[in-house]
Every structure is written in C-alpha cells, then in structure tokens.
Design a protein. Structure first.
Length: 257
C-alpha cells in the first residue's frame, strides 16, 4: 500500500512540475485563474470552454441521431443525396408546392397531405425523398419511405411471426413524423380491386396519422381524380384536407434520356 501511495505522490509531483496557474480575463465572464501546461501556457476561459465542450457533445449526439434516422428512413440509394433539378416552370411549380408543405409542417404542425401524381419517370419519388432527407438532416424528424405494397407486406408478415404483431407494425408506420407512401395505387389486388385486408390496413394507418396530426406524402402514377378508386373514399377524403398537390404533367424523363 505504501508503495502505491508513493507512486501516486511521485506522479502528482511530476504533473505539478509541468503545470502552472495563469490569470486571464474574458470579456463575457470576467477574470479567472486556470491551470495550464508549461508547454501550452495560453489562458482560456473555463466557462467558454465548458460551453464549447457541451456544444460539441450535443452536435455529436445530434449527428449520431440523424445518422440513425437516415438509416431507418430507408430512402432508396438511387435517391439518397440526390436533388430534383428544376428545368421548367412546371418543375418550379411542384418544387414550390413541396416547399409550402414543408413550411406548414415545420411552422404549424398537425395533419398535412402532400400528393404527387404523374406517370413514371417524372421525379415524384425523387422529390419526395429529397424532402424527407432534408427534414431529417435539418430538423431531426423521424421519417420513412415505403411503397404501399411494401408497407402492407411488412404488416402481413407478422401473421406468421412469433416476435412481431400486426398492431406493432401499424403503430410503427403511424408514428413517423413524416411518412412517404409511394405507389399508393398499387396495393395488393383481389378480383381487380384492392383486397379488403390491404385496404383495411391502409385505412388504419392513414386514419391514425390523420387523427394524430402526422404529415403524410402520397405518391401515385394515377390521375388525382381517380385515386379514390384505388385508395377508397375514406383515405381520399383525408388526403384532401390541408393538401398540397403536385401534378407532374411532363413526359417520362428516363425514356427521354
């Protein structure tokens, strides 16, 4: 024991021999005496240093949280980090609508509906994913991109699972701050119409999001006026409230390329 105390004393003496007390003054926090190393004698304000350290810790935790949220959002790799390029007045118009939707969600909150319609290859999914990625990075919101068919499949997969329940999956999709439902018109069909179970699950998710004020993006290749045929009157009614509509009326740009 005595040997250990002697070693500790020698260590402290060694450290003390390399340190000195320095007096200085901060315009904001006044004078202070701080202990500095002899080879780094610059004075620092302990209050400013503490604040800077806390800010760095908070930024680190925020960046970690944003990273987890981006991973959980499941944005397709072909859209991740990409931007919807404005090359026409029509492009600018839909971009403006998305910005208005974003501002409503950020400033007022509550239920809001962004509906993007148009044929394939017109940038609907890209525009929606750009919005989701931006809101996660800048606002740290929770969000998810999913196709309607994929969402239904995830829920129905619980029917044969011992570890997940249908209710847990419905609650998951209902709780995201922002949910993008792509290919909303392509939910599982039966006899040429949406299957009863698929439509029931879609209704439940949209209804919970509507009731709890969770903003939702709906994407379809169909005309807006025909969406009630694919989504049912209940969902169609809800997406009409506080709605921001983006009609992508131009040609398939993938084919043009």
């Amino acid at each position: 024991m005595g040997g250990d105390m002697q070693k500790a004393g020698d260590f402290l003496a060694s450290v003390a021999g390399r340190m000195k007390m320095v007096k200085g003054s901060c315009e904001e926090h006044g004078e202070a005496d701080v202990l500095v190393r002899l080879d780094r004698p610059d004075w620092y304000c302990p209050v400013c240093l503490d604040r800077k350290t806390k800010e760095e810790e908070e930024n680190y935790l925020k960046n970690q949280r944003v990273g987890w949220m981006l991973e959980g959002a499941k944005i397709p790799s072909r859209f991740f980090g990409q931007r919807f390029m404005v090359r026409s007045e029509e492009h600018a118009a839909v971009k403006h609508q998305v910005a208005a939707f974003r501002d409503f969600v950020v400033q007022q909150g509550g239920w809001a509906s962004l509906v993007l319609t148009g044929i394939t290859g017109t940038g609907k999914s890209l525009l929606a994913c750009e919005l989701l990625e931006s809101m996660i990075r800048k606002r740290a919101v929770s969000g998810r991109y999913v196709t309607a068919g994929g969402m239904i499949s995830e829920i129905q997969a619980t029917y044969s699972s011992d570890t997940r329940s249908q209710e847990e999956e419905i609650a998951k999709f209902s709780a995201y701050d922002l949910l993008i439902v792509d290919e909303a018109d392509a939910i599982p069909q039966k006899d040429g119409a949406p299957s009863a179970n698929a439509l029931l699950l879609m209704n439940e998710i949209y209804n919970r999001r509507y009731s709890n004020g969770r903003a939702t993006v709906t994407i379809s290749n169909q005309l807006f006026e025909t969406l009630n045929h694919f989504l049912g009157d209940r969902i169609f009614s809800r997406i009409n409230q506080n709605m921001y509509q983006c009609a992508h009326t131009w040609a398939d740009e993938r084919r043009a390329a």
